[in-house]
Write a protein that binds this ligand. Structure first.
Ligand code: ZN
Length: 275
């Protein structure tokens, strides 16, 4: 996961130092240059809200949009859900994998090495996915938790795109610590350089404003990059009981703006393949 880590409240000097260090590596003004004419957007969704995602189809169809759905806990897939995912795939969307048990991969790796990690988090879920007729090649890190070792195992297992999480806002005890415009986050723009490890901006409730996302879309269009965003459960009102989700009207605004700017819609596995 990418965000500025806050050491402790009140340590302003340390915060500024971190801001400067992280800022130079990850943030920074001006997003990367991509490929003229390839400007686009890659939208993905995580976890297991299959029926809820399926209900978004009219919205996707309205803008001729396609997305990537990262499935976790595939052992609990009902026949009805498999049929829905098949239909989504048929309509141009991609079905990716988001772990068997949605655990912290770095902890599984530390405890059991590559073998333990594969046996706990990858193989069982992939068996269910394969049995249901899906061959996922994109992977979203559960909780944005991973390291180099985890990445190398996933690439060796045949995944071609590994998606991490980028967050634009951080709050501490209700105070806004920072909120930087999405257009300044270099990592969320795919530069069509063949990269297999990518970051997507979280668009769950209260993370990003419609103005910020419109600017980010414009930035991708102008620079020939692909803006990468992701969310969890589609919500029709403010989240209750600690739910993770995005406002469906916000997604509609993203799709409307992307369509208006004539952005291409990419699935996650398509990104490294664009030449
Ligand atoms: Zn997740």
């Amino acid at each position: 996961m990418k965000y500025i880590k806050i050491a402790s409240p009140g340590s302003n000097a340390f915060l500024w130092l971190l801001t400067a260090v992280v800022g130079s590596a990850f943030w920074g003004c001006g997003s990367p240059l991509g490929k003229p004419g390839a400007g686009g957007i890659a939208i993905s969704f995580d976890d297991h809200f299959i029926k809820e995602w399926y209900e978004l189809r009219p919205l996707f169809q309205k803008y001729n949009a396609k997305a990537t759905f990262f499935i976790t806990c595939p052992d609990s897939l009902q026949a009805e859900e498999v049929a829905m995912l098949k239909q989504l795939e048929k309509e141009g969307h991609e079905i990716g994998f988001h772990g068997t048990v949605h655990a912290k991969s770095t902890e599984l790796m530390a405890a059991g090495g590559p073998k333990g990690y594969i046996e706990a988090e990858l193989e069982p879920g992939l068996r269910h996915m394969h049995a249901a007729g899906f061959k996922p090649v994109s992977y979203a890190h559960p909780g944005g938790n991973h390291n180099e070792r985890v990445d190398s195992v996933l690439l060796a297992q045949g995944f071609t795109t590994l998606r991490d999480v980028a967050i634009s806002r951080r709050k501490f005890k209700g105070f806004q610590l920072y909120a930087w415009p999405a257009r300044w986050m270099n990592a969320i723009y795919y530069a069509f350089d063949g990269a297999q490890k990518v970051d997507a901006l979280m668009i769950d409730y209260d993370e990003v404003t419609e103005e910020e996302i419109a600017e980010a879309i414009k930035e991708a269009k102008e620079n020939g990059t692909a803006l990468m965003v992701f969310g969890h459960e589609p919500l029709y009102s403010a989240p209750q009981n600690g739910k993770y989700g995005f406002n469906v009207s916000f997604l509609a605004a993203v799709l409307r703006e992307a369509h208006a700017q004539q952005l291409k819609f990419y699935t996650m596995s398509e990104l490294p393949k664009v030449k």
